[in-house]
Design a protein around this ligand. Structure first.
Ligand code: SF4
Length: 459
């Protein structure tokens, strides 16, 4: 075996459909003409220099400069308006605010589009104008200490940080006979180089180009894509069938060795049949997030896929507390090390992946973000399959695959940043690492409890 460092091949894949820019750049042309005249005199007719000012992002560097600003390039740093308030004003674009839905909001959509187009990590710097807390995933902060990180620099490659994850039941202990042979054969295990799978979205059944793009991207990334049996059985490689108990007989008849099979809901006889007929495949049970896997884990089930809706809502609470509760339950029962938890629903930004893993998942399965990367437009509220509407632009499957690969490269780099900043060499050690998490609600309680008006203010 030869060691090969895992790399994700990025390439520019610009948008094929136009999207409203984040900002409107309003220019007072008379004031601009006066400014240009002054600048031309000051810089002795150096036109490229004059046109590059005051925006280093090139908004005013088009063929006619600031008279037709290139709004798509504006990152909202406000330098121009601070330096020349009489010439330019930067305003939020109301059409941009309508992108996405109440959960996958316009800022997240814009970020995913940038990541998918470039494969790079978005840098907001001083231009970040958002909140530093909030509900859902935003209520959790990660503790990243610069002190521990001098050599843990995963993005720049000075030290390898592994993002690999194992999916399968891990035996509590290995037992050997006197000759040194294992008494029980090891259960099957799938190792993925990234803790990210692609979940099945029923809306995809009508989107054949998007489906081809997703399969191709899953293959490039060496991960797995969940698909219904009729689609998965036609594919090689990256597909993992998602089957109902009624489909198990047909799956067994197909006789193909899949690395991972997901059973939709618990059914004891279907599960036992899969285990006995397809012993080389890892079998996962898909449960709604909020349903406890404890009993099943105690009876030998090794992999659970806990599925929330697209807004991250489990059966009775949001994904973050629900994952924590499930993880804690398994830890208290002494079963956590033996089982794998995959979670899906509501993971729409790079930072949600490490947050979900810190809360207790081993891996995540992505859904809506993959289609938004291909410039899908969400119409209405997209909480469950079939909700609202999904408008896909016309695109080529190779372009779509590259967009998804780029998105994953960017998200993996951001994951490496988190691991590096925490001084962790491998992702497996991040799971359940609650010492690296802070919760806004807890910190506020600690700081303000007992102060008159606080409790009401929180409500
Ligand atoms: S706000 Fe910043 S990025 Fe936008 S036009 Fe002005 S200088 Fe350029």
């Amino acid at each position: 075996m030869k060691y090969e460092r895992y790399r994700i091949p990025t390439a520019p894949a610009p948008n094929v459909a136009s999207h409203p820019s984040r900002f409107k750049v309003r220019v007072n042309r008379i004031q601009l003409a006066r400014l240009l005249l002054r600048e031309l005199i000051r810089y002795r007719g150096d036109l490229p220099l004059v046109l590059s000012r005051p925006c280093v992002y090139g908004v005013f560097s088009g063929p006619v400069g600031g008279f037709l600003p290139r709004e798509q390039l504006c990152v909202g740093c406000l330098r121009c308006t601070v330096e020349h308030p009489q010439v330019v004003q930067i305003l939020p674009n109301p059409s941009h605010a309508k992108l996405g839905d109440s959960f996958f909001d316009s800022d997240k959509v814009a970020t995913v589009l940038y990541e998918a187009a470039t494969g790079r990590v978005p840098v907001r710097g001083a231009g970040y104008g958002g909140g530093f807390g909030g509900s859902g995933w935003d209520g959790m902060w990660t503790d990243m200490s610069e002190i521990v990180r001098p050599t843990r620099d995963g993005i720049h490659g000075r030290e390898t940080i592994s993002t690999a994850v194992d999916i399968g039941r891990i035996p509590r202990a290995l037992e050997f006979d006197p000759a040194g042979n294992l008494i029980q054969p090891l259960p099957p295990l799938v190792s993925l180089p990234v803790p990210i799978l692609f979940d099945w979205m029923p809306d995809l059944a009508q989107e054949t180009t998007a489906l081809r793009a997703l399969r191709s991207a899953a293959g490039t990334l060496q991960t797995l894509m969940l698909e219904p049996l009729n689609l998965a059985s036609e594919q090689e490689g990256a597909s993992a069938p998602l089957v109902s108990p009624a489909e198990v007989d047909r799956l067994v008849e197909v006789g193909r060795r899949y690395p991972l099979i997901e059973l939709d809901g618990w059914n004891s006889s279907a599960y036992q049949r899969l285990r006995s007929e397809l012993p080389d495949s890892v079998v996962a049970i898909r449960l709604p997030l909020g349903q406890s896997p404890l009993d099943l884990a105690a009876h030998g089930v090794g992999v659970f896929h806990l599925a929330a809706d697209y807004h991250g809502q489990g059966s009775d609470q949001f994904a973050l507390p629900a994952i924590r509760a499930t993880h804690d339950q398994l830890v208290r029962a002494g079963l956590r090390e033996q089982v794998t938890l995959i979670g899906s629903g509501g993971i729409t930004a790079a930072e949600h992946v490490p947050k979900a893993i810190i809360a207790g998942l081993d891996a995540v399965a992505l859904d809506t973000a993959l289609l938004v990367a291909c410039q899908a437009r969400i119409v209405g509220e997209w909480r469950r399959p079939g909700d609202g509407g999904l408008q896909m632009p016309a695109f080529d499957a190779n372009w779509g695959a590259q967009r998804i690969v780029n998105l994953m490269a960017s998200w993996r780099d951001q994951l490496l940043e988190v691991l590096g900043a925490m001084g962790l060499r491998e992702l497996r050690r991040l799971r359940g690492e609650m010492g690296r998490a802070m919760f806004q609600a807890d910190l506020e309680l600690e700081a303000f409890a007992g102060i008159e008006g606080f409790e009401n203010g929180r409500g």
